[in-house]
Design a protein around this ligand. Structure first.
Ligand code: ZN
Length: 608
């Protein structure tokens, strides 16, 4: 698609600039930098769908009047989509709805956040924010310029309409001959709405992705304790994996562009860099979020930005410490010893090409009874599991960042079979010791490791090498386990629960009260999905092939079961959900199960 002409000329006030068939761009003034917010208009034949309302100011009202009396005058405005609660996007929503009769479309969380900020007085908001920042080590007196400059939310807002529609992720809006689907975008705000057309590759993304800078992701008082930065990173990395490079990105403030992948790569690289700087500082001595400010931004010296910069530092602190279950001390200070997980900041293609361990995965076969040797199941030739043989290999060398574990139990997963057959997506040199996950006792730690100690009971996910008496694993991939958890249970925990948890919670964005269809509920992954969904407060419909498997699914938290060999899955789901369909489908099976999952859907299918 050639949009170069459109990009070169931004629309004048009150003008609609055509970007593609039925897709137009206009700009609304803002009284502060970047001085305008984009508004996108989609032509749905019998009316308009508008994205973003702009801030409430006399200038914006004047420009809206020009648009409504001018290029939009020919037909009604049917729908107004507002991506998120910030006043530069939602400010005039109430006024526009009253003027045009459009239906307001916003997510529940964004609408209630806007409502809350309208209801809170300026004084209360100031008090809440300064208390939140004080808890993270900020000097409240220094914050005064920031507190004075912000918190004018109400003065930028027309009264919100009382009614709105909150579409589930995946909801389709038919626009002329095109279909735009709702995408939920977390992190910059709690649950922003984006719109994506899979056929024309157009993505309206609000403030989630920007071509020239890193969108602000901070933790203010209304998201206290929430890991907003991980939400944000998992959201943009999912977009990077799911949307093609030739996507036309329509951002909230900057110019339409085709730099989706470059923009996300740049944003992720920035966060990796800051992660690294923070880790270096916070490893040596406890530090508060306020003390991180010099590492965050050159603007930090500017007091008007100080509160936002500290809120961003708090977002880092929360992300880097949640996995350690450590709260800041009374002075807001915390320590961080390792990144949450190095794979958490990677796209699919990076994950598939990375070596699994910083340690050399090669090993040496040695004669039995050699000094410093261990026994392991070795694959010397690709093929079935019967090819594996018990051999003696030299002990691995410990590196400063790694941990030596005496293996008590190892989990066996389907990918292990693929690895030794040579059909897994990551190819490994032979000979190899398979086995992705294990549990055991720490027998030696590298000089830099202080997250575990000798004698700790742990589980580890090195992705290779676990069918062995001993493994050497990077400390980042080693986790202490509770005394009540047996080695056998721990060794089979990370891959299936990690996979199902990622599918349901990160990708599926499952919420309490949702309904989930789990295909293959009798398998390890499926059963873990049933348990996690049940624990998250969802209603679970489990599909499995045998009466025995369905019985097991019921015992693990499913409310209903479907026998997909004799029942029609989509009509049974329709019956169980009063025709609404399920919010999330977890599909580790594929094929026909995937198709019937799609037909049962009101939300997201997670398939792999
Ligand atoms: Zn904005």
């Amino acid at each position: 698609m050639d949009i170069s002409g459109a990009v070169a000329f931004a629309p004048e006030e009150g003008e609609l600039r055509r970007l593609a068939d039925g897709v137009y761009w206009s700009r609304l003034p803002l009284p502060y930098a970047p001085f305008h917010v984009n508004c996108y208009v989609l032509d749905d034949e019998d009316g308009w769908l508008i994205v973003e309302a702009g801030i409430d100011s006399p200038d914006t009202r004047r420009v809206w009047q020009m648009l409504l009396d001018g290029p939009l005058a020919s037909k009604p405005v049917n729908r107004l989509v507002v991506t998120h609660w910030h006043s530069d996007h939602v400010g005039l929503a109430g006024w526009l709805v009253a003027e045009t009769g459009a239906a307001l479309i916003m997510s529940d969380q964004e609408f209630s956040r806007a409502w809350k900020h309208c209801a809170l007085g300026r004084t209360e908001r100031r008090a809440q924010e300064s208390e939140h920042l004080r808890r993270h080590g900020a000097d409240v007196r220094q914050l005064a310029p920031w507190l004075d400059a912000g918190f004018d939310y109400l003065s930028h807002m027309s009264p919100l309409p009382s009614a709105y529609e909150s579409p589930a992720a995946g909801t389709a809006f038919r626009i002329g001959s095109d279909t735009f689907r709702v995408v939920h975008l977390g992190g910059h705000s709690p649950a922003a709405l984006g719109l994506y057309s899979p056929s024309s590759h157009i993505f309206i993304c609000g403030d989630q992705i920007a071509p020239e800078f890193v969108p602000s992701v901070g933790q203010l008082s209304d998201s206290a304790g929430q890991d907003v930065l991980s939400d944000y990173l998992s959201s943009v990395l999912s977009i990077r994996d799911a949307l093609p490079a030739d996507t036309l990105v329509l951002p909230g403030h900057q110019e339409p562009n085709m730099n989706l992948h470059e923009s996300i790569d740049r944003i992720v690289a920035y966060h990796r860099k800051v992660d690294g700087r923070i880790l270096e500082t916070a490893r040596d001595a406890p530090i508060s979020a306020a003390e991180l400010v010099p590492l965050m931004s050159r603007k930090a010296a500017d007091d008007v930005w100080l509160g936002f910069t500290i809120s961003r530092a708090i977002a880092y602190a929360t992300r880097l410490t949640t996995h350690e279950h450590r709260a800041p001390d009374r002075r807001g200070r915390w320590r961080c010893r390792a990144l949450p997980h190095r794979r958490a900041l990677m796209t699919n293609s990076e994950r598939n090409t990375m070596p699994d361990s910083p340690d050399d995965p090669r090993f040496q076969l040695v004669a039995p009874e050699s000094a410093d040797s261990i026994r392991a199941l070795v694959c010397e030739e690709l093929g079935p599991p019967s090819n594996l043989s018990l051999r003696t290999i030299a002990r691995h060398t410990l590196t400063p960042s790694s941990v030596r574990i005496r293996v008590h139990a190892a989990g066996i997963n389907f990918p292990d079979v693929l690895v030794i057959a040579g059909t897994y997506q990551v190819k490994r040199p032979l000979p190899l010791v398979p086995g992705s996950e294990c549990a055991g006792v720490v027998v030696e730690v590298g000089a830099e490791v202080d997250s575990v100690q000798v004698g700790d009971r742990v589980l580890a996910v090195p992705l290779v090498g676990c069918f062995s008496e001993e493994v050497v694993v990077n400390a980042i991939d080693v986790f202490r386990i509770p005394d009540a958890l047996s080695f056998a249970s721990a060794a089979s925990f990370p891959i299936i629960y990690g996979t199902s948890g990622h599918a349901l919670l990160d990708r599926g964005r499952l919420r309490e009260g949702d309904t989930v269809l789990v295909n293959g509920a009798g398998g390890g992954i499926g059963l873990a999905a049933v348990e996690i969904a049940y624990a998250a407060g969802a209603t679970v419909i489990a599909s499995a092939s045998s009466a025995e498997k369905r019985e097991v699914a019921l015992r693990h938290g499913a409310s209903y079961t479907i026998d997909h060999t004799s029942e029609n899955v989509s009509s049974r789901v329709a019956e169980l959900t009063n025709g609404r369909g399920v919010d999330v489908v977890v599909d580790p099976v594929g094929g026909d199960a995937f198709d019937s999952g799609l037909r049962s859907l009101a939300g997201v299918v997670v398939s792999w």
